[in-house]
Design a protein around this ligand. Sequence first.
Ligand code: FES
Ligand code: FES
Length: 153
Amino acid sequence: MRRLTLVVNGRSRAVEARDEDLLLDVLREQVGVTSVREGCGVGACGACTVLVAGASVSSCLALAADYDGAEILTVEGLGEEDPVVAAFVAAGALQCGYCIPGFVMMTHELLSERPSPSPAEIREHLAGNLCRCGTYFEITEAVAAAARRRGGG
Ligand code: FES
Ligand code: FES
């Protein structure tokens, strides 16, 4: 066991992890951020996506031990007034909601890189995120609306 510090949503959290422990499990079980979800467990669905220093990471593939001191952002770190969250809610871009935190984090990454993405750029950036409920149309609309809310688009 190693003692690590993760800076999750702006708060330093002391955790303990074996070398093989996944960031996904440590975030859920020790930090309590349950928006970080396991879908596939093999890096193919995006449900477990978090941002580390602003860049997306599949936490189901990441070893917690590699993230000592890292700044990690999850949906819990965004308020309801967050433009991406607000746009997803306004667009009705969810059914069961299981996949949505991953889409929201990927949208934040996209809009920080491209404030006014084209529909093709939105689809390309979110291509690794799967939604079993098939809300892709509403999600694409929500991302475009989020760009406008942030002053891009
Ligand atoms: S659970 Fe990590 S990508 Fe699917
Ligand atoms: S809203 Fe249900 S999996 Fe996407």
